[in-house]
Ligand binder design. Sequence first.
Ligand SMILES: [Zn+2]
Length: 433
Amino acid sequence: MSISNSILKILNMEDENVIFNENFIENRKINNKRVNIFKGYLKNDYEYCPMCGCINDTTIVKNGTKISLIKIPKVSEVASYLELKKQKYKCKMCNKRFTAKTNIVDYRCRISNNTKHSVINYVKDILSNTLIARHHNISNMTVQRIIDRIYDNKKLYKNYLPEAICIDEFTALKKTMAFNICDAKSGKTIDVVLDRTIDNLEKYFSYYLKETREKVKYVVMDMYKPYIGLIKNMFSNALIIIDMFHIVQLISRSLNKTRIKIMKKDKLNYRKYKRYFRLLFKPRLELDSSYWKKYICFKNLMTEVDIVNYLLEQSDELKATYNLYQSILYSLQRKDYKLFDKIIKQDYKNISEYMNTSLNTLREFSGHIKNTLEQPYSNGIMERNNNTCKLIKRIAYGYRNFNNFKAKILIITNIFRKPKKEAMKINSSLLNV
Ligand SMILES: [Zn+2]
């Protein structure tokens, strides 16, 4: 193998027209940093003139050279450049001049194509632009330009929406919430909208064709009332599914508030309520009743069931609230809508005002919760996307420009995301708070 071929292999470049001589490398200082300079010579063999098309029988002659310094990926962690001496030519027939061409670098560009490819590989991961820029010895702006180009090439279609979508929101810029839409099956983010007011969202969804919107069959969301109207208006054929996690969260929060209220009043059992509160949230059937053990706040040996019973005996309010919490949780776990409906339709004495409010909310959303228990979709995948968005934001120390943020989100969670099969299944662990 010739020197030229070996060097091209090391540099991960393919162009037979580039030739390296024996003294191909030189160490120089650029911006006070030691860098590698690879010196190459570029020539083309023209069979015909690229300008006038005349067959080349000595009509094309050499006409000087032009040197360009091209940034290439680091070699052994040392910033590297390719100093390419490009042969210039002149055609005797048409009198036009031109320079030898190569696929190593684009016309009039000073950054090699394999640097750009490497940047694309880095952009797929959650890394800050500054870090990517520093690693490739290029500017932040160049990284952003490459991101913009990936994003522009794969612009999302306004005439397509998947059969099932998830909607949710997260804090995007300082205190501004963004509305996030993703595919419930593949988990890919479909779009991120900055303003989540209903008016704006209605305007946004109107951009999609009516037939496209009518094809959406399921919309998964949390219990936020204004969205219900929006979805009914915009997606006339869609079933609204309330996310399971949010239902469980609603009732556990009200149970927890009740516990705290009682704990603050009951100075005698304060520590017990504080220390063993987790047991209250555990599904009753999963509590252990056979393993006796010493607990710090109790003198006698106890089981988990004993502790829960002790805590409940101290307060009728907590007991009633706890029982309701457990029966709702049980019906949800069993995916038994009839049972769920029966439970929430009854009247309860003694339950705390917090649980009463939650009960009213559940009654209000009951029809949609039916879909939760019967359909295989959840917002779990959306929570994962939202976490990714937050991570992207944190790593960049926040974004000032929403479009840059959005481009990055869509590149990571749509364009380069591999679909996950398990994402579709409801994660049963969601039910265990
Ligand atoms: Zn010519």
